[in-house]
Design a protein around this ligand. Structure first.
Ligand code: V47
Length: 410
């Protein structure tokens, strides 16, 4: 598959070279964005496009950093960067959706298809507890033969086994799948799972909301509108959630901006999102393997534009598994205030060729944060500092002096 609609739509090189006066136009529109940011005005679609297409990466980053520092000043977070002691569990890769961007899923009976037993899942949870984890992030394929009763039982047993660990589980798409199987509404499923220990929903499955893109890359998955509805229902049921955007495949810059604006509108309604996490597409072993994937500059611009457009999202998270630890560290200067966590084992990005590794020690997360001149704070799912941790002093880990003002008026 190498032609037409499955091409990447983003004209990186010509924009960066300023072809046909585009450079001057982009500078002018970024001037307008900067005026709005400094005046504390909400940004619009054109502003988002100006940010994502700007060749001036450092200027975009400075604006996002200003937005991050202002937000942190409002909440008293200061120079905090959050991380979490967590573990991912992908309980099955058997999935009916067959999304073209996914290297993880398998049809039932296909080579490499798996569904962990309850004992295997509980053993992973106990291991996580022994390592001091405060969150289990559990997502899997939409297994056509797995009943809702089995999924519920998994949650009951997990909650019994590791009662102090928050269960952050199931994408909106999985919730709809359970609702269809059990002939219950999504609200009933969410309330029932909450009753047996569900603490929050992760942000997966959002992909890009554009129906055009979904038709190309995940036509069997729920629509973007349905994804948003499930999250708003979760918020009303008292379950906070995260949001993601899978970028760097066949979407246009406009479609990225529209995705972010749809999230902002939903957050205006419910206020239930905790964090936004952009997910950089990894093409290896997928049906879109002819695509090159994102660049580091693009990764940083998406994070920065998200911080600026999602003015009502408390946190922007760099998922180091997808962009690597070093770029995640650099992203702390581009609006990011969270680097996710220890993870331990991750199979979705690994299947698609991620080189970033599967686990990182807590000390390494603290080191990269402190070396960026920021204050590492271990958080729980709900962004409360985890009690009992020694407050880390970034000065202990800084290898070169950090100069300059940390005020919010840069
Ligand atoms: O839903 C699938 C995406 C998601 C690929 O909520 C891919 O805190 C890149 O949602 N290349 C799972 N991405 C991961 C996820 C997540 C990760 C970290 C934190 C949180 C959170 C959520 O990964 C899937 C899908 O959107 N994905 N295939 C791929 N080839």
């Amino acid at each position: 598959m190498s032609t037409g609609e499955y091409e990447n739509k983003n004209p990186r090189a010509s924009v960066a070279n300023g072809a046909n006066g585009a450079g001057a136009r982009l500078r002018a529109s970024l001037d307008l964005v900067e005026e709005k940011v400094r005046a504390g005005e909400r940004l619009g679609r054109d502003d988002g496009l100006a940010l994502l297409s700007s060749p001036d990466l450092l200027r975009v980053g400075r604006l996002a950093d200003l937005a991050r520092r202002r937000k942190a000043a409002e909440t008293g977070a200061g120079e905090t960067v959050y991380f979490i002691n967590n573990r991912h569990i992908n309980h099955t890769n058997i999935c009916k959706n067959m999304c073209r961007f996914c290297a993880f899923s398998r049809a039932a009976g296909a080579e490499g298809a798996y569904a962990l037993t309850l004992d295997e899942i509980l053993a992973k949870a106990r291991e996580a507890a022994a390592l001091g984890a405060t969150e289990l992030h559990i997502v899997g394929g939409e297994h056509p033969q797995m009943s809702y009763a089995e999924v519920r039982e998994m949650m009951v047993r997990l909650h019994e086994t590791v009662p102090d660990i928050t269960l952050t589980a199931f994408t909106a798409s999985e919730i709809v799948h359970f609702a269809d199987n059990a002939e219950m509404s999504e609200e009933e499923i969410l309330l029932d799972l909450k009753d047996v220990g569900l603490g929050s929903l992760p942000g997966g499955g959002a992909e890009i909301f554009s129906p055009r893109v979904r038709g190309l890359v995940c036509e069997r998955k729920i629509s973007g509108e349905r994804w948003l509805e499930v999250h708003k229902t979760a918020h009303r049921a008292g379950l906070p959630t995260n949001a993601t955007m899978l970028y760097g495949h066949v979407e246009s810059l406009e479609e990225r901006v529209d995705h972010l604006l749809a999230l902002r509108e939903a957050q205006d309604e419910t206020g239930g999102f905790l964090a936004f996490i952009p997910l950089a597409f990894h093409p290896q072993n997928t049906e879109l393997s002819h695509l090159p994937g994102s660049t580091g500059v693009e990764d940083l611009k998406v994070l920065a534009a998200a911080r600026l457009l999602l003015d009502n999202f408390p946190h922007i998270k760099a998922y180091w598994v997808m962009i690597g630890l070093k770029l995640a560290q650099v992203s702390l200067f581009f609006g990011v205030d969270d680097v996710d966590g220890t993870i331990v084992e991750e199979t979705i990005t690994k299947a698609a060729g991620s080189q970033a590794g599967q686990a990182v020690a807590r000390a390494e997360l603290e080191r990269i944060i402190a070396d960026a001149g920021r204050v590492p704070v271990e958080r729980d799912t709900f962004y409360h500092p985890v009690a009992g941790q020694a407050p880390a002093d970034p000065a202990d880990a800084i290898t070169a002096p950090v100069s300059g003002s940390r005020g919010v008026s840069a």
